[in-house]
Design a protein around this ligand. Structure first.
Ligand code: FES
Length: 121
């Protein structure tokens, strides 16, 4: 291994630090961060271009169940009780149109547009 490889793999190498600063800058400039609160649980922040399930995992929380992360298994089913959001494609077998209209959604397919209050289950 040469010096460049060794430096870039070090936890506090200048290359790694620069990369992290660039990612952080891009993240904070291109996305509005919203606060996601779980009824009876914790809270975490999520960008508008980030799915709330992945944001929860990124923040080290575990209030919402994690399964396929692709909108198919239904394990991450939640009900948004406050705030605005958009969703990606979700399995109608897991969330019917009636449930969707009542605020039920799959957290792995929810993108926040404002701060959200969420019930799990
Ligand atoms: S994790 Fe499987 S549907 Fe969300």
């Amino acid at each position: 291994m040469n010096d460049v490889d060794a430096n870039s793999r070090s936890a506090d190498s200048p290359l790694r630090r620069k990369r992290l600063q660039r990612q952080l800058r891009r993240y904070s400039v291109t996305t509005g961060l919203h606060r996601i609160r779980i009824v009876g649980g914790g809270e975490f922040s999520c960008g508008e271009d980030e799915r709330i399930l992945l944001a929860m995992e990124r923040c080290g929380s575990s209030d919402i169940g994690v399964g396929c992360r692709g909108g198919g298994c239904g394990i991450c089913r939640v009900r948004v009780v406050g705030g605005d959001y958009t969703t990606g494609k979700m399995s109608v077998a897991k969330i019917s149109e009636t449930e969707r209209a009542a605020g039920f959604a799959l957290a792995c397919r929810v993108f926040p547009v404002s701060d959200l209050l969420i019930e799990v289950g």
